[in-house]
Design a protein around this ligand. Structure first.
Ligand code: FAD
Length: 467
């Protein structure tokens, strides 16, 4: 039986593997698809290569890696093995769906069944719907329906699991070099991380999740993305009667909600969910390019933004609160297209995930269905003071600010004339208050020209632009 491994790099709680094992000896096959490999940044490639190496060890060296078009490679493997069944977990992104259709058709032509069993989610995208059968567009009602739908218990590792030899492969790819230090890949590391979070983080999650200096979130996102753990395994250890547990479960639900939105609207990976927001004027030209480069390199002069962008460079990961602040700054202070920021994040993040990333960006940019209203503009100084009051987070990534007192660490330019200076840290590249007004003016312009109300504009609500 062929188990086609994709985003489920684990042996525990794996319905596709259990299904294949129930049919006979299993040949695990991973197809290195140039379209996905080539478009992933170095951190994701390195994580994937490491997780594949672990899976190869865990399967007693039986993992067969092929390189090429999945339809061609799988058909060839099945022919050589005389296999009549390929089992895989369903995947839901726009490319994955097209690929699976093509593979299903190619295999069917050769008399081989492609059976999709399980998915990377507790509740499959498309499963939970409104009473009228349409998709949810707002998170809270979706999350209620998601909880009501529920999920089964984690599946134990198959009792009988025989591996079989496959025909020649290219071997697990070498781990590419990456400038960032990435977390240890694989299922065993994922489990250790989860146990550590259960011990030290989950009970205080509600209080500490917005404190980037404390760094107490689970950091399970890359493991979830590559399926080194299944969310069902995590949810089984959550006691939703406890506030922190319920808050964490809700974060897991955001991941499922965004996958659901992408499944219903595959174009939302590239275009704004609010079509009217496509009218928003964005900057281009040399100054815009210079500002984009400063943002990417973490030298905008706003410490919380820069610390986040440097964390991204050094760890291929960024705290959620800071992702929101850095993304807001790109869109509303630098007036750049959210897609540029989303692409940069995808190239740098080890947890880069099309649904969570692009919808996270759309939420911040005010272009999503269930988004923060565009006129809510994050002030990077106030956000820094509120969520990183002692400057522990910014000092960790901006050593230039080590000598700056706590009260000035989020606005070091305010103390320039004092004896202690901010060790070469740049002045802000833009003035936040001026750019906030510019962002609101552009929003008003887009809104006034739009055929339908833009998001965040509740009928009869207070209009912040006309105060
Ligand atoms: C602009 C922007 C881009 C983002 N890009 C990604 C991305 O590419 N990949 C990604 O996994 N997450 C993304 N997120 C969501 C979130 O920032 C990360 O999931 C989270 O920071 C991961 O850290 P953690 O594992 O410690 O999370 P925890 O706080 O421990 O949460 C547990 C899990 O819940 C899920 N989760 C938490 N918050 C969110 C959220 N807001 N949206 C969707 N899922 C969530 C993740 O799978 C996470 O691992 C993005 C958010 C924003 C604002």
């Amino acid at each position: 039986m062929v188990w086609w491994v994709r985003r489920d790099l684990r042996l525990e709680d794996n319905p596709a593997l259990a299904e294949a094992a129930g049919e006979g000896a299993v040949v695990p096959v991973f197809v290195l698809d140039e379209k996905l490999w080539g478009s992933s940044g170095a951190p994701r490639r390195a994580f994937l290569a490491g997780a594949l190496a672990e899976l190869e060890r865990a399967s007693g060296g039986h993992l067969l890696v092929r390189r090429g078009e999945p339809a061609t490679e799988l058909a060839a493997v099945c022919e050589q093995l005389r296999a009549a069944l390929v089992v895989a977990a369903a995947d839901f992104g726009p490319y994955a769906r097209r690929r699976d259709e093509a593979v299903g058709a190619a295999l069917a032509g050769a008399g081989v069944e492609l059976r999709l069993v399980g998915s990377p989610y507790a509740v499959e995208p498309g499963r939970v719907r409104k009473a009228d059968g349409t998709a949810f567009r707002v998170f809270t009602p979706y999350s209620r329906a998601w909880v009501a739908h529920g999920w089964g218990p984690p599946l134990p590792r198959p009792e009988r699991l025989d591996w079989a030899e496959g025909p020649g492969g290219v071997g697990v790819p070498a781990v590419p070099a990456t400038a960032a230090s990435i977390p240890e890949p694989g299922e065993a590391a994922a489990r250790r991380r989860f146990e550590a979070f259960l011990r030290d983080g989950l009970d205080s999650y509600a209080e500490e999740r917005n404190d980037p200096g404390a760094d107490r979130t689970s950091r399970l996102s890359p493991y979830l993305h590559f399926g080194c753990l299944h969310p069902r395994t995590l949810l089984a250890r959550v006691d939703a009667r406890r506030r922190s547990h319920a808050t964490w479960r809700s974060e897991l639900c955001w991941r499922e909600f965004y996958a659901d939105v992408l499944w219903h609207q595959p174009d939302s990976a590239r275009t704004s969910l609010q079509a009217g927001m496509e009218r928003m004027r964005v900057d281009s030209g040399p100054l815009a390019e210079a500002r984009f480069a400063a943002w990417c390199e973490g030298r905008t002069g706003y410490p919380i933004v820069d610390a986040g962008m440097r964390q991204l460079r050094t760890e291929a990961w960024m705290h959620n609160r800071v992702r929101m602040i850095a993304a807001s700054f790109l869109v509303k202070d630098l007036h750049l297209d959210w897609r540029r920021g989303a692409r940069w994040f995808m190239s740098q993040l080890v947890d880069g995930d099309l649904a969570s990333n692009n919808h996270g960006w759309q939420w911040v940019a005010g272009t999503g269905t269930d988004a923060a209203p565009y006129y809510r503009v994050f002030n990077p100084v106030l956000q820094g003071r509120k969520f990183d009051p002692t400057g522990a987070y910014v000092r960790r990534y901006l050593p230039e600010l080590s000598g700056v007192p706590d009260e000035a660490v989020h606005a070091p330019w305010e103390m320039r004339r004092r004896p202690l200076d901010a060790g070469g840290y740049p002045d802000p590249i833009v003035d936040h208050h001026a750019e906030r007004n510019e962002a609101l003016a552009r929003y008003a312009e887009a809104r006034d020209g739009a055929e339908h109300p833009l998001p965040g504009w509740e009928a009869g609500g207070r209009d912040p632009l006309r105060r």
